[in-house]
Write a protein that binds this ligand. Structure first.
Ligand code: SAH
Length: 225
């Protein structure tokens, strides 16, 4: 899978993309991630990526020309499944959407900034808009990091058995059960007896019960309740 990220602040993404599972996925050649500095696609001497919004409201807007240039360049090199704009008014991001994106070959993630991007970008260049939640960030970079992280770990071969995504929350419509590790007793606080019983069938049953109980209590909407 290839992910191209367009941003005015690539520095903001270097660390989130350069560690742990995402780094390993790139090293293994399972995922390629490229950061594109929007400024490199400007033509004026000041390398201007933004301008004042038309109308009475204060605020800067990312200009259409450099965004058009970088997207056209990338599209000239390969076919993209989606050109995604991160936006608070986009489609709410879910594990289901992460699963869907993880099956794609090539995607572009466009990060907005300031007041956002010139709306013509959204009308003519973007194919999908994603929001990571009902709040407003200063830029799309952190949203892109969230999307990339959650997608990359689902790409086949990225996770090992120990970190398998299958038992994670939402994957089967339920929240994950509680997890514990050694020591079995600390400070008088005990790990549930069943987990140290060695009876895997009973443990699985307990885990499922816990998942259902936690989902019902914490996120009843997932059960349609
Ligand atoms: N004026 C816009 C917000 C701009 S915030 C509005 O009111 O809708 C600046 C940029 O941050 C946006 O262009 C977008 O790319 C990103 N962003 C902010 N909040 C986000 C969210 N909840 N999900 C995804 N991207 C977000």
């Amino acid at each position: 899978m290839r992910i191209d990220i367009i941003t005015v602040l690539p520095e903001l993404l270097e660390s989130p993309l350069g560690h742990s599972i995402i780094r390993r996925a790139q090293k293994k050649g399972l995922v390629e991630i490229y950061l594109h500095q929007l400024r490199d696609y400007t033509t004026d001497k000041h390398r201007t990526t933004d301008d004042y919004a038309f109308g009475p409201d204060a605020g800067m807007v990312l200009k259409v020309e450099p965004i058009f240039k970088v997207i056209e360049k990338l599209k000239g090199e390969r076919t993209y499944d989606e050109v995604i704009y991160t936006s608070p008014d986009g489609e709410p991001y879910t594990q289901g959407l992460a699963n869907q994106l993880s099956t794609m070959q090539n995607i572009i993630l466009l990060c907005g900034h300031y007041k956002g991007v010139d709306h013509r970008v959204r009308e003519h260049l973007v194919t999908r808009e994603i929001s990571i939640g009902d709040y407003v960030l200063s830029g799309g970079e952190l949203a892109a990091a969230v999307i990339v992280d959650s997608v990359v770990r689902l790409v086949p071969g990225v996770l090992t058995d120990e970190t398998s995504a299958l038992t994670d929350s939402f994957q089967d419509g339920l929240l994950a059960p509680p997890v514990y590790t050694r020591p079995a007793e600390f400070n008088g606080w005990k790990v549930p007896e069943i987990l140290i019983s060695g009876n895997f069938k009973e443990i699985e049953k307990w885990q499922l019960e816990q998942s259902i109980e936690r989902t019902r209590r914490l996120r009843p909407n997932l059960l349609g309740e």
